[in-house]
Write a protein that binds this ligand. Structure first.
Ligand SMILES: [Zn+2]
Ligand SMILES: [Zn+2]
Length: 443
């Protein structure tokens, strides 16, 4: 059985997040075609109590929203799994400063989440934030504490989050050469990493130590908006619909495909500095790896540049001695590149906000034709053309088909925290070199 899962989100209790209503999430999941969604912040007492009240266990470790009524009850099959993100910090010997690494943790039951909560409390962790900080002395302590959490239940799973971003294991400063440098002996008990919006299986295939890891993709969304929830997800082949079934599939690399944001749209693809940085007067700079200044200092403000995912991936590949070439690498797992459909609608209609009424009206029309957004991505350009022929004006349909054919790019590409800007109708050199067969070929 196939399940599409999105196992990393945040509640209203994580910093900088608005209020989240699970009814809205359930509706959005159904519209997207997401079967199982991570609750976010399940170590936060108030949110956990709320989850306990409104969720009921349908299959072992998977919960439905029992309060959903009326329209939301059209989503009786959607499930929630208990999930949190924690931020682990430690000083790595021989490196200047402390590393800070985000980690997704999945729990099979309220009892196991409660036990983790108590352990963190005993270690002096402040649990008033949805995304708690686990401060450790060194990688030895990171390993011990992580193992202690994993020991709670054989199905507790820890997944290094958005690994290539400045908050992930490979992007954080000071730069590390391997996972073990930070996670210590717990590294052996990790089975999967999250690709994040800035990387995909091709890029991560450059990093030799990831050869034994499953790549999963999640949205890390902070709202149920259609261009956020499910913007990345993973389709698993599970032997049974249960939390243990999902964890088994993750550990056994039973991934049908991940749906990936195009890395070039992600906020940290190239190396650079945004124009709104101090000393920049609105002038941005960004570099593809061959052109980054040797000292990695910004030619405008003189400070260290934010190193992009592409450059960092090539560096890790060198450091770990893989001798791999991006141009000739093929992905170890199935994946598709997607652009949030509501973003394409906004592009069609010339509006900047994908969540605007205008964009959403077109988005809903398309979803009505397909039933769920995932189905749209699963179909070939030819099939999509047939389905939407009577639904959209010709030029709008053509834009959608161009995206399906892989004929799009981002200008500028994402860098230093800003998303890439979608341009439909042409590709960039980077895409034609690295994704020659386009989007649907990876299905
Ligand atoms: Zn994070
Ligand atoms: Zn600068």
């Amino acid at each position: 059985m196939r399940l599409s899962v999105d196992l990393h989100s945040h509640s209203g209790h994580a910093g900088g997040v608005g209020a989240i209503r699970l009814e809205d999430i359930a509706k959005a999941m159904q519209r997207k075609g997401i079967d199982v969604f991570g609750t976010g912040d399940c170590l936060h007492a108030e949110w956990r109590n709320h989850l306990r009240e409104v969720l009921s266990e349908e299959e072992p470790g998977l919960f439905s929203l029992s309060i959903c009524r009326g329209k939301a009850c059209l989503a009786p099959t959607v499930r929630f799994a208990l999930q949190t993100e924690i931020i682990v910090t430690a000083a790595v010997p021989g490196r200047k400063g402390r590393n800070s690494v985000h980690l997704v943790i999945l729990f099979p039951s309220f009892a196991s989440a409660e036990e983790a909560f108590q352990k963190l409390e005993a270690w002096g962790v402040k649990l008033g934030l949805g995304r708690p900080f686990l401060k450790c002395k060194d990688p030895g302590e990171v390993g011990d504490r992580l193992e202690s959490i994993l020991d709670i239940d054989e199905n507790v799973e820890a997944v290094p989050a958005h690994v290539m971003t400045p908050q992930g294991i490979y992007g954080c400063l000071p730069h590390l050469d391997s996972m073990e440098e930070f996670f210590g002996r717990a590294t052996a008990r990790l089975h999967a990493v999250e690709t994040g919006l800035s990387a995909d299986p091709i890029l991560l295939g450059m990093i030799p130590e990831l050869d034994r890891f499953t790549l999963v993709s999640n949205s890390d969304c902070h709202s149920g908006a259609s261009h956020r929830l499910g913007r990345e997800f993973t389709t698993l082949e599970v032997s049974e619909k249960s939390f243990a079934g999902i964890i088994r599939a993750i550990r056994n690399r039973a991934v049908v495909r991940t749906a990936e944001f195009n890395p070039a749209e992600g906020r940290y693809f190239l190396t650079g500095h945004r124009g709104d940085k101090k000393g920049h007067d609105g002038v941005a700079c960004c570099f593809s790896p061959d052109f980054t200044p040797g000292d990695r200092k910004c030619p405008i403000c003189g400070k260290k540049l934010t190193v992009g995912v592409l450059e960092r991936t090539l560096e890790l590949s060198r450091v770990q001695g893989g001798g791999r070439k991006l141009e000739t690498l093929s992905a170890a797992q199935g994946y598709i590149h997607t652009v949030p459909l509501s973003e394409i609608c906004a592009y069609n209609l010339g509006v900047s906000n994908p969540a605007s009424k205008k964009a959403m009206a077109q988005y809903e029309l398309i979803l009505d034709a397909f039933g769920a957004e995932i189905k749209f991505w699963e179909q070939s350009a030819g099939e999509v053309e047939k389905t939407l022929a009577d639904v959209l004006p010709e030029e709008h349909l053509e834009n959608i088909l161009e995206v399906k054919r892989g004929n799009f790019t981002f200008e500028p590409l994402g860098f230093d925290g800003s998303y890439g800007k979608l341009v439909i109708g042409r590709t960039s050199d980077w895409f034609s070199t690295n994704c020659p067969s386009g989007l649907t070929a990876a299905l």
